[in-house]
Design a protein around this ligand. Structure first.
Ligand code: SF4
Length: 306
């Protein structure tokens, strides 16, 4: 099949036109052939990944998902385009039906999302992720939601109905200035922590299920010494913290830090990266000693539901 040509990012006559612009993001719409994809790599413990969107408006400098852009111009412009999978809810329903025909007594384990943020800004308008949650509720999967967005709080009414739900909130640094350098388009650290607080405080355990909550510090970015103690204290809100070095492994082709943009920003933090291993270990030890009731996990081990 011919490769799609996206308006603004391809030579010749485009086959995919910009459907709308959302802030500075070009939005395209497309039908997906499938929506539940076999999970591999660090999330191989799941049956499927579920990505409502292709592309991500947060455009984090270190995001490995940029490598899956439709073409090199779009990879270059990571964060400024997004493709909505318009038929996602219908396809999901069909695929879950198929799962239960083959596995009548087994709940599927789903990781949403591996290469996009299901609660990026466009979700506030299109509510695609919400529509997927509504479908999933009927099929009772084990679900992990990976996000860095406070928009997730909009869906507390649905989230509290999932019996096996873990929310992974990404917060790779405790310093706003570092956050702005590495992920300038993402929500503030405070907004992410407030979102977790709101979820925990809003759900009445007599009326709903309180989700498990992880804070994923992956990759671990520098936190300024003056911010560290207060940051760690705030992390006590999670039941699990997951940390991972910037380069989890040199044997894998795609890891956080793949993009040149992130490598450039790292230079600014040479004071931290010159002693990265030492600083990583110190941070980990501080987490363990100051948060005795929080589970501290590293890398792949931390991404499971249980
Ligand atoms: S939020 Fe996640 S998927 Fe989106 S750009 Fe950042 S790291 Fe990538």
């Amino acid at each position: 099949m011919a490769k799609a040509r996206y308006e603004g990012y391809s030579e010749g006559t485009p086959t995919k036109l910009v459907k709308e612009t959302f802030g500075d993001t070009k939005v395209y719409a497309q039908n997906a052939k499938s929506i539940l994809n076999p999970a591999t790599g660090f999330i191989a413990a799941y049956d499927f990944t579920l990505n409502p969107y292709r592309g991500c408006q947060y455009g984090c400098s270190y995001c490995y998902a940029a490598a899956f852009s439709p073409n090199s111009q779009m990879r270059q412009d990571w964060g400024k385009w997004v493709i909505i999978k318009e038929n996602a809810a219908q396809i999901l329903e069909k695929e879950l039906e198929t799962w239960y025909k083959k596995n009548p007594h087994k709940f599927p384990k789903i990781y949403m999302s591996s290469v996009t943020d299901p609660y990026q800004p466009i979700e506030s308008k299109h509510q695609l992720t919400r529509s997927l949650l509504e479908v999933m509720l009927e099929y009772r999967p084990t679900l992990v939601i990976q996000t860095r967005s406070p928009i997730i709080t909009r869906d507390i009414d649905i989230l509290q109905r999932f019996q096996r739900l873990r929310i992974n909130m990404s917060i790779p640094t405790g310093s706003e200035s570092v956050r702005r350098d590495f992920e300038a388009r993402s929500p503030s650290i405070k907004a992410r922590l407030n979102a977790i607080t709101k979820i925990k405080q809003t759900i009445d355990p007599l009326k709903g299920f309180i989700p498990k909550v992880s804070i994923t510090i992956t990759p671990l970015l520098p936190t300024l010494p003056e911010d560290e103690a207060a940051f760690i204290e705030k992390l006590a809100i999670a039941d699990r913290i997951v940390i991972q070095e910037f380069h989890a492994s040199h044997n894998r082709s795609l890891v956080a830090g793949t993009r040149e943009e992130a490598q450039g920003i790292k230079q600014k933090y040479a004071w931290w990266y010159d002693l990265e291993q030492v600083n990583y270990m110190k941070f980990k030890e501080n987490l363990i000693s100051r948060l005795p009731s929080v589970e501290i996990k590293e890398g792949k081990d931390g991404f499971g539901y249980e």
